[in-house]
Design a protein around this ligand. Structure first.
Ligand code: EPU
Length: 302
């Protein structure tokens, strides 16, 4: 969707929005799949309610992109604009044993920054790609750790009230790859309470997780991590592997030959290729195991 030539562009500029016309989502997502739209960088958090109000008044649909590491975006010209928080480095401040983190901060970078300040607990999350905002929304987890366990406060734009609010950690539900945030809430900042630990100890834990991940996941290929959630008490990856589907492909969308729950873009895969592969594998698992696999990846289909 193109809005750079519309009157709203000037209004958005006044609200601290940087408008980048015609951005390809292949450059913004780890799968390197997705069509084109205008990108709106929100430089002023306090102006977000007004920005949302202006977009709604003009009937301009939007989607909010975080790190782009857990999303499958449709092909072609996209019928919505993409909102984005500008990246910050490191985006973390430590004060009184608490970590104050910007939603656009890199998750891995945050784990490392906190570690250097002798704050641990998140070692398992070290290789999970993406931003803190995305990790919060999905309650990112790995190797027995989930980010929700450490959340004390979240500052967010709440679509329901059209205001910036602060929620206490105890008032948010963090489940397996699911939270009580509304789909159109926008994470802005989080306060994390992490257990104090000597840096060297944290580093040792980080190394173990990195090695486990390197030995089992296709880290150097274009993917969005695991495609399906694990059903209760079972492993989607193991089931797909047992069905001998590693290497199975639709166009350039392929079941990884390293980890069967990672579907990779082995070249120039389209969203249509990837969706067909997802459907095909889901169908085969349903027939063989009687289990309906649920997407872990977020699909933005027009
Ligand atoms: N397995 C196979 N073949 C495969 C893949 C896995 O037989 O191709 C077997 C493994 O040998 C193991 C079991 O399945 O016995 C579980 O595999 P793994 O330890 O790799 O964990 P997972 O359940 O497949 C989950 C998360 C990952 C996270 C790892 C490590 C989900 C959907 N996946 O994978 O998260 O990194 O545990 O904690 O919950 C993600 O969120 O995108 C993600 C990759």
């Amino acid at each position: 969707m193109r809005i750079s030539d519309k009157p709203i562009a000037a209004k958005l500029k006044e609200l601290g929005v940087e408008l980048r016309p015609g951005v390809s989502l292949t450059e913004k997502t780890s799968l390197e799949i997705g069509g084109t739209t205008d990108q709106l960088l929100l430089h002023r958090y306090d102006a977000i309610p007004e920005v949302m109000c202006a977009l709604a008044a003009e009937g301009i649909p939007h989607k909010f992109l975080g790190g782009g590491t857990n999303v499958l975006v449709d092909d072609g010209e996209l019928p919505w604009v993409m909102l984005h928080l500008p990246s910050v480095h490191p985006g973390v401040r430590i004060e009184g044993g608490l970590a104050y983190v910007d939603a656009s901060a890199d998750l891995g970078g945050t784990v490392t920054f906190c570690a250097k300040n002798d704050l641990g607990g998140m070692e398992g999350l070290i290789g999970v790609p993406g931003s803190i905002g995305g990790a919060l929304r999905m309650n990112a987890g790995a190797y027995g750790t989930q980010i929700g366990s450490y959340v004390r406060e979240v500052e967010l734009y709440r679509a329901a009230t059209a205001q910036i609010e602060t929620l206490r950690g105890n008032d948010i539900r963090f489940d397996y790859r699911h939270t009580s945030f509304a789909p159109d809430d926008v994470m802005l900042r989080v306060k994390l309470e992490l257990p104090p630990k000597p840096y060297k100890e944290i580093l040792a834990g980080i190394k173990v997780c990195n090695e486990k991940r390197r030995s089992s996941q296709p880290l150097n290929q274009k993917s969005a991590g695991c495609i399906f959630k694990n059903p209760q008490g079972a492993s989607a990856g193991r089931m797909i592997d047992e069905l001998k589907l590693k290497g199975h492909r639709v166009g350039d969308a392929m079941v990884s030959d390293r980890h069967a729950n990672f579907f990779v873009n082995a070249g120039n895969a389209t969203c249509a290729n990837m969706l067909k592969l997802i459907d095909d594998v889901r169908g085969r698992v349903r027939i063989a195991y009687g289990v309906e696999l649920e997407n872990e990846v977020i699909v933005w289909k027009n």
